[in-house]
Ligand binder design. Structure first.
Ligand code: GDP
Ligand code: MG
Length: 337
């Protein structure tokens, strides 16, 4: 297949202009792991020769994983941190992966919308469709809904009929175990293999369930450390169809904050289906929020409730399954996308 490489390169130039000095390098790689286009950032930081080599080494296992787990060609994204760099991987259609390498001190969140836009455009270029390589500046809140719509559209386009992919978000204070739950759920084989190299991993992933007639796919958005930035937070909480509200059963504060998370999430994603999770039940001796309290709150908020331990894995799958069932009940007869 012939790809308009000039356009790919022009797009990377625009991308570089928008991302600024934190960009170390941006790469477009195909499914075989071959680099299709590269652009080094303009930062004063010397781009070490081995960054690109290092990227290829990282891209390979990620690609293997993506091809295995996203075999239907549906949307997938991940971020990885190494000591020196932060990586953002965005699937750009069935053909390519768009890789952004940032300075280790860069914030990933402001870059995400640009990465999505770029990935969407790359996907179009690979499809041979008309697309402008221009990446617009996304500066104000007014722009945010537009990006969301694009991201949303991007996800929906890739859902095959009869399959469902829902944006899943996690709410709750830092430290309650959200990331641990996701890692548990998405199976940590990758993490186990690559933990030493890439440290923290995975922000999003799709999943399927055995034993359920309908296939339910989740695109999991883990909010990581950006919780303090309300504006960014709303972008990521928006357009979500499912969500998990998590508190830590050993912490009163995290329990008390659930209602405000509930309100905030509902205000940006009013139709979201949520469940309430009390995590860290393995810490029996430290526990201060007991089942009755959790159930009471879940009744008040009209949510299903489940208790988990991301450490032992107890009920983690069931929590996600509970959500899947809610979605099946809710959308089983909705029109196919
Ligand atoms: P997040 O900030 O909500 O994403 O929380 P993390 O997943 O980063 O977890 C915060 C800390 O709690 C980490 O040290 C985890 O190892 C720990 N943790 C998470 N889940 C559990 C659990 O179920 N039991 C125990 N004992 N520790 C947990
Ligand atoms: Mg986290």
């Amino acid at each position: 297949m012939s790809v308009d490489r000039k356009k790919l390169e022009a797009l990377l130039q625009w991308y570089k202009q928008e991302i600024g000095e934190n960009l170390i390098v941006a790469l477009i790689v195909n499914r075989e792991g071959l680099v299709m286009a590269t652009l080094k950032g303009s930062s004063e930081v010397e781009v070490e020769e081995d960054v690109i080599g290092g990227v290829s080494a990282l891209v390979e296992p990620v690609l293997t994983r993506i091809t295995e787990e996203f075999s239907s060609g549906s949307f997938g994204t991940g971020t990885f941190d190494t000591e020196d760099h932060r990586f953002i991987f965005c699937e750009a259609g069935p053909e390519a992966i768009f890789v952004t390498v940032l300075n280790s001190i860069a914030m990933v969140d402001p870059v995400f919308p640009y990465a999505y836009l770029a990935a969407e455009k790359i996907s179009r270029i690979f499809d041979g469709r008309t697309v402008s390589p221009v990446i617009p500046k996304l500066i104000s809140d007014d722009i945010t809904p537009k990006i969301e719509r694009k991201v949303d559209k991007l996800q929906k386009i890739k859902i095959k009929s009869g399959e469902y992919a829902y944006k899943l978000i996690l709410g709750g204070e830092g430290g309650v175990g959200k990331t641990s739950m996701v890692h548990r759920f998405v199976e940590d084989s990758f993490q186990a293999d690559y933990k030493s190299t890439i440290g923290t991993s995975i922000m999003k992933k799709e999943c399927e369930f055995e034993g359920l007639e309908s296939r339910v796919r989740f695109v999991i958005w883990d909010l990581a450390g950006q919780a303090q930035f309300k504006r960014v937070r709303q972008t990521y909480l928006g357009n979500a169809e499912v969500g998990i509200l998590v508190y830590d059963v050993t912490s009163q504060d995290t329990f008390e904050s659930i209602e405000s998370w509930f309100k905030e999430i509902k205000s940006v994603s009013p139709n979201i289906s949520l469940i309430l999770v009390g995590n860290k039940i393995d810490l029996e001796e430290k526990r201060i929020i007991y089942t009755e309290k959790g159930e009471e709150l879940s009744k008040k908020l009209k949510l299903s409730y489940i208790e988990t331990s991301a450490k032992t894995g107890e009920n983690i799958n069931d929590a996600f399954k509970m959500l899947a069932l809610q979605m099946i009940k809710r959308y089983a007869f909705a029109e196919e996308v």
